[in-house]
Design a protein around this ligand. Sequence first.
Ligand SMILES: CCCCCCCC(=O)SCCNC(=O)CCNC(=O)[C@H](O)C(C)(C)COP(=O)(O)OP(=O)(O)OC[C@H]1O[C@@H](n2cnc3c(N)ncnc32)[C@H](O)[C@@H]1OP(=O)(O)O
Length: 192
Amino acid sequence: MSSASLLPPADAQPPVRHPDAPAPGEPLGAHYEHCFGCGPGQPHGLHLEARAGDGVSLTAEFTVQPAHQGAPGLAHGGVLATALDETLGSLNWLLRTIAVTGRLETDFVAPVPVGTVLHLEAEVTAVAGRKIYSRATGRIGGPEGPVAVRAEALFIEVKVDHFTEHGREQEIRAAMSDPDQIRRSRAFEVNP
Ligand SMILES: CCCCCCCC(=O)SCCNC(=O)CCNC(=O)[C@H](O)C(C)(C)COP(=O)(O)OP(=O)(O)OC[C@H]1O[C@@H](n2cnc3c(N)ncnc32)[C@H](O)[C@@H]1OP(=O)(O)O
């Protein structure tokens, strides 16, 4: 049961897939080398890999590593919430909207053992002004496997200044000076 702030208002609109969004089945790639959710440069990160789906939806996979434990042999709940947050956040790339998580509500349905491949699917359900409503499900072992986690979220559209004003200067400078234009833009999720 989600809280009232996650219910789209009456004037909400269906999401619109950006014409330049990656085709269904295409990997989205990491948006930032050092992102804990998807970055290849984080040794203990989730290394979550997302692929575009139809409309404003996607699928993602995350393999639970020993570094992600909470209890012996079981994934930490906060790590699972991170996987959901990352998956839901990646949807905004299909809208080409820069947005951050305002609210994330998670149901932990079943424990997730280390070694599990968590198969996630997510979709944007509605957009109302700067507010983007979305939901995700994570299943154990395969896309049709048993449900382990579910989430609903509200992302809020922001300007790139959100990152440049609040982030630490040394990382901002490094990301800004990346010669790869797409990587540089995606670090801040800016429309390249
Ligand atoms: C590919 C990328 C993958 C990335 C995946 C990971 C994504 C993340 O984890 S992002 C990091 C975590 N999130 C953050 O750090 C965000 C921190 N929070 C903030 O910076 C601000 O609170 C921010 C930007 C969300 C909203 O502030 P601001 O821009 O001043 O907007 P504000 O006017 O307060 O709110 C706008 C609307 O959203 C609503 N809203 C804002 N926050 C919430 C909330 N927590 N719950 C419900 N509604 C909210 C407001 O009620 C308001 O609604 P309305 O327009 O109907 O009045």
